[in-house]
Design a protein around this ligand. Sequence first.
Ligand code: PEP
Ligand code: MG
Length: 850
Amino acid sequence: MKIIAPLSGLKISLMDVPDPVFAQKMVGDGLAIDPTDSTLRSPMDGRVTLIHASKHAITISHENGQQVLMHIGIDTVNLKGEGFTPKVKMGDQVKMGQPLIEFDADLIAQKAKSLITMVIVPGESSLTMTLGGSVRGGHDVLFEVGEGHFKPVQSKKLGAAAESAWVKVQLPAGLHARPAALMVSMAKNFLSEIEVLKGEKSGNAKSVVSLMSLEIGYGDQIRFRAQGEDAGKAVSEMRDLILDLREDAQEVHAPKLAKPAKTGKSNDPNVLTGVGISPGLAIGRVHQVRTEIFVITEVSKLDGSQEKSVLNKALATAQTELSALIAQVKSQTDANRAAIFGAHQELLQDPDLLSMANGFIDQGKTAAFAWRKTTEEHAGRLAKLNNELLANRANDLRDVSRRVLMHLAPPSAKKNDVLPDNAILIAENLTPSETVQLDRSKVVGFCTTTGGATSHVAIRARSLGLPALAGADPAVLNIEPGTEVVLDGERGELRRNPSPEQKAEVSRLQAENLERRQAALKLSHQPAITRDGVRIEVAANIGNAEDARQAVELGADGVGLLRSEFLFLERNDAPSEDEQFQVYQEIADILGAKPLVIRTLDVGGDKPLRYLPMPPEENPFLGVRGIRIGLARPEILRTQVRAILRVKSKAKIHIMFPMISTLEEWRDAKAILEEERQTLKAPPVAVGIMVEVPSTALMADVFAQEVDFFSIGTNDLTQYTLAMDRGHKDLAKQVDALHPSVLKLIEMTARAGLKHGKWVGVCGGLASDLNAVQILLGLGVRELSVSLPSIPLVKSKVRECAITEVETLAKQVLNLKNGAEVRALEKKSQNQLMPALGPTPSFPQTIERD
Ligand code: PEP
Ligand code: MG
């Protein structure tokens, strides 16, 4: 079948494309074009089966199942549609040469890495084609594809037979799915049939499922047997591949950090681990957020060939979805997930699976029935192999199964429309707004397989007081709905099948926690004063007016951080000055005489704004983020500060700039604020900065001469100090804000503030950590801005402290080697604390707020 060039330009080999996902053919084989025109045309007659949300990629499917994916430019997904004008929509029938997408070549060339456009046959690994020269879009043939690449070749190959010598498998984790996928893709390069032999058993080298069923482990001896015209070459190259697949296969396809030891896997098969992102214990029943029921008819009314073409179409669509997912996760530089989706693509073409499914269809079953039965049987077999890695591959197979079934038998209902009581939600991820909308009367905790302790979902979970886990073992997605589990948000564990003794222990601890909370709540409207009479402000971190109401109810001394970005996120346009003013005024009114610190818009990095497309960045956390957006787009900052300056409040409003890293950024932001203030003739306002970049902490002494206050953002300060992405699930356990390096920066900031008479607070997650309170006070921090549920407990913790004692502790922890040592010493010192003395009537404040 002829694939016509969709664009005019120079032909380029995929291997020369500056993007490993395409160059390594992870999406499929094809060619690239360096375009000289700007209208992408259809390469054949067919239907539009996918237009990427960012409009830079489109897939056309021929009625015979053949698909072609076109991806305009490299890293263009980050443009979020800017510069692309689709001329067709999903489902449209198109003719060869018909315009599909027009694009603004100048804009894309400026904003993206490259305009080179890939034309790919998804899932194909080797096409024959001529390289070099140029093509005319809509006219010239770009390359040709043979039909039916989803159909397994069943015919027996004739020719010579060959057998390799025995070879020892050196892969530490055995031949798991990803190296198996590598082997399969190599085996498919040969015409011969290739078998892998292990002891008495043999498997098909062109089938991942078959290879995995052999349970090939570290140190096992295997050999290859082939029959066909290239049998000799096949066995020798397959053997070489196995010899090469040592540690490096782990490196390339499963980064070392993802290994069980680092993610803290439990030895107890009932315990699945993750990272605790919101403390607390919950007992409840599993509720899988995205589990569909497929209503599947068993007996087909179509003939076999029609039913097979239905199956092929669904498989092809699933392939395309996975190609798009690979491109997407690759743009988030997640090579590990890209490799997993690559392995899923391999499963979709697995000859053993396909021949079994086709066999069921030949017996008169529907495609949906045949596919589900096939995948269930294989997954069941893998799960029974008593090998944890292979059991996980069973999960991969179930995942792939679900993906295809969605196109064969769209789910008619959600099994889980009704939440059980005491529901523990399990999902790949929850958006911050989904977290906010949780039905608190039913949900007692949640667990996601993505995210980390400082992600925004984690922040919302803490503010809702819901125990939660992130970055959990993906096996959690396969726990049967309704299963009883215990979620431990402190230790980051989800326990299946708790014994009656374990449940009793959890209930006892819950009761103890409740009692402690209730005692703390009784005193939470009293000030938090240390045993030696120093008043500490315990304020709240909030995102909206409802939070402000709760902050007051819970006895917060004020709001130390209003994350104003919650007004800007999850919408299609920026809030106007009036809209912002109304929200800020409402919050100020709720707080009455309590102080309010409003942080200006803090987006970028992990918080993109739909309506504010940013040029693609290699390292968004080190790019135009926080105040840098306000300075790059001053109209946004000006509108916001005007809205804040117009607020009339009983207490003084404070304005705080996020992510200041240089004196110049601070001065430029302050100058914008001053200009607006003078134009509005508004009274002076307290202006401070967040200290969340090491450069600012190191220069705190200089900043302290100019700013009105410091608020330390330990979430970012930790990520930048330790050079560990705050949302990285594999690093999550190490991103510890109690690391002495972070504490030293906090100490420098606090010392500079005290010296120049400026108040210093902490509004990052560390302030809500009860094990950090003593240390922060000892380092000189005098305001703790915490998540809503933490207010009463942090206040009572403060009341247990004496500044003289905690100063000694703080000095000691600064000399320790790591966060674990700090935690251990802090714990030891807690046991020596005097009992709480309760609030003292006279309280000298170290530093006034304004
Ligand atoms: C921080 O970085 O600690 C902080 C409070 O800001 P955010 O978590 O919103 O980035
Ligand atoms: Mg921050």
